[in-house]
Design a protein around this ligand. Structure first.
Ligand code: 5GP
Length: 188
């Protein structure tokens, strides 16, 4: 296996992590996004094999049984997400560094496993109110799933000190610049 590194991005839902990760992939050619498997249903703007591999619960269980997942979590009750070993190995074998967009528990586990080979960044919002506003404007949630995500976000914020770096996303453009500097410095 080549000496690829790993950059792990975690955040409470709505903190802007996915946008930051997507921008970093565009700006830093040495990075490749690890496409996760999930049992959640696809959103309209998402593509199978680009944003996620959308699997049935049976298909996900089979991956688990065959030991094909590097880590996995039931991020929301009944909804599973997992990092595919094949994705990470492919990226490293091709000579790239891997970037993860995963939940905080998965992120802490991966960091423990990868040690100095990984940089773990926690993207935070300024406040829970700002998070609520962003999630509401995103329009991807039902009122029920919105409350579920906010409750979880509050729990997730407590994990920030376990990360190598906490990046507060006040102005998206500045947060992306800051993330870019951190990542470039780490992989150089
Ligand atoms: P969403 O449904 O909004 O795409 O993602 C929900 C949460 O699951 C996010 O925090 C996302 O980063 C996380 N997630 C996505 N893929 C994985 C994965 O492979 N493993 C873990 N542990 N979490 C993931």
């Amino acid at each position: 296996m080549s000496q690829g590194k790993a950059v792990i991005f975690c955040a409470p839902s709505g903190a802007g992590k996915t946008t930051i990760v997507q921008q970093l992939v565009k700006r830093i050619p040495e990075l490749r996004f690890s496409i996760s498997a999930t049992t959640r249903s696809k959103r309209d703007y998402e593509e199978h094999g680009k944003d996620y591999f959308f699997l049935t619960k049976d298909q996900f269980d089979q991956k688990l049984e065959e030991d094909e997942l590097f880590e996995w979590q039931e991020v929301y009750a009944g909804t599973f997400y997992g990092t595919l070993k094949s994705e990470v190995e492919k990226i490293w074998d091709q000579g790239f560094h891997v970037i993860f967009d995963i939940d905080v528990v998965g992120g802490v586990n991966l960091k423990k496993r990868l040690g100095d080979r990984a940089l773990a960044i926690f993207v935070n919002a300024e406040s829970v109110e700002v998070l609520r506003e962003r999630l509401t404007n995103r329009n991807t949630e039902t009122p029920e799933s919105l409350e579920k995500r906010i409750g979880k976000a509050v729990e997730e914020m407590a994990y920030a000190p376990k990360f190598d770096y906490e990046l507060v996303n006040r102005v998206l453009e500045d947060a992306v610049d800051e993330a870019e500097n951190l990542v470039r410095d780490f992989i150089k």
